[in-house]
Design a protein around this ligand. Sequence first.
Ligand code: ZN
Length: 304
Amino acid sequence: MSLDNTSHPGRPGPEELVPSRYALRIGEIDVLVVSDGVLTLPGAMLAHNADPAVRAAWLKDMFLPPDAFDWALNVVVVRSGGRTILVDAGMGMEFPDLPRSGQLIKRLEAAGIDLASVTDVVLTHMHMDHVGGLLAGGVKDRLRPDLRVHVAAAEVKFWEAPDFSRVSMPPGFPDALRRTAKRFLNEYQSRLRTFETEYEVAPGVVVCRTGGHTPGHSVVRLASGGDRLTFAGDLVFQVGFEHPEWYNGVEHDPEEAARVRVRLLRELAANGELLVATHLPFPSVGRVAVDGDAFRWVPIFWDY
Ligand SMILES: [Zn+2]
């Protein structure tokens, strides 16, 4: 017997055998984590400043192959104060080399979320796995004309002349990232609402610039009725708990990215709030504990 764990070609998402969305509430705020799929990338991208033998040992300890790592790709929908906010937009359909990603639009539909109901988009940054979904065929036309797209001013400025001198990516990635960010800016310029350090998008929903990963990288902090959750975008990867000092290949300023990561993980470990991040395994909802000089990921339990 063979069971396909993704949608059957040509049919919409409700028939998926493996769930691709996870709902929770933060006080009065509704949160839905939606998987855009998975990206398979070289294992070396997890830590280009690590001893290759140490990196290989980490992958082996995780029962993972030595040369390829599946990155989850999570997007979040937040509802608060009458607004429906899409936090990042996944990869879209432009990248045939990454065929397991780009599922977001289909899965939003399966979750009963009409694109026309989205009032705001918040972008943690403008890498293609975060803005690509907005460039997928027909998406822009289905979004409302008064849609607001929130992104840090520093992020928009960065992509005018992006510095790729510190990254470690497969050939072709820098060009694809440049091209996608440029196209996104061309198509969504009139809908951009930039902010300097932070902006409250809706009650209890605040986007805060952190820098590091990219100069305008931002996180989204939710707070309502004593509950808290931070969507950390690309500040934390699966290796980042045990090895927060490892430089990820997609970080444009890796030293600063590591500093920001450690600061955020310390804060979350101290206050016990929930963490969701783009590339942690779906549904990527959990807490952070201190573990010696590093950290430990503590996933929440399925509670339905
Ligand atoms: Zn990313």
